[in-house]
Design a protein around this ligand. Sequence first.
Ligand SMILES: Nc1ncnc2c1ncn2[C@@H]1O[C@H](COP(=O)(O)OP(=O)(O)OP(=O)(O)O)[C@@H](O)[C@H]1O
Ligand SMILES: [Mg+2]
Length: 250
Amino acid sequence: MIKIDTQSVDFYYGDFHALKNISMQIEANTSVAFIGPSGCGKSTYLRLFNRMNDLIPGTRLTGSICIDGRNIYDKGEKVDQLRKNVGMVFQKPNPFPKSIYENVAYGLRVNGVKDESYIEETVVKTIKQVALWDEVKEKLRESAFALSGGQQQRLCIARALAISPSILLMDEPTSALDPISTGKIEDLIHELKMQYTIVIVTHNMQQAARVSDKTGYFYLGELIEYDNTRKIFTNPEKESTQNYITGRFG
Ligand SMILES: Nc1ncnc2c1ncn2[C@@H]1O[C@H](COP(=O)(O)OP(=O)(O)OP(=O)(O)O)[C@@H](O)[C@H]1O
Ligand SMILES: [Mg+2]
């Protein structure tokens, strides 16, 4: 089943043409990695999936992006509904200045959930889901800032998952983490893609190879090649892809 269907997308920051004629289909319950040199448009494209670029003045989009068959840019589409369905995790862990528990409960509370026992059940379930439970179960009421960077990032993933999205966007989620924390997040991505569709931007080629089913290689705002990850990393069609994955530039 196609989860995200992008057709002929062009995107502009003012006069700057940041994404050029991108078409791509992402299947449900798979993980897709975006790779490419700095400034090629990976984050810009990722942010289109939950309309994060709407907040930037002077931007313009043409073409269509459908999620579950609906164009998310159609008039009348509700952005808050969209963002419930499409969660996001950023490069630097960004927990709120609240307790571990309240970080995960936050999304439920802002969505009007009042049932405390349901909130508690969800918080516990979600913290277990991100394999953080054993590390935090004794200190759920302590500040999230007391956690390590890797724990904070897993907490941010839990916060995103608590409101039951079906898509999880991750923009370089491990670039600020040590190798062990990175490994834990990569293991988690393997687990999560059974239930979620995951799109991850990464500069780490090994990471793309380890965690993704398909990989898209971007260069100067164009999607140069999009294929099975194994194919991209062993036998890409385009010379530009080959040059990038072998480290000849970027
Ligand atoms: N808010 C903005 N206003 C104007 N131009 C922007 C804005 N954000 C990004 N750009 C430009 O759009 C292009 C793509 O940027 P983007 O952040 O999507 O690249 P990226 O592939 O994610 O790079 P990196 O790997 O460094 O994160 C760049 O040339 C960038 O300068
Ligand atoms: Mg980026």
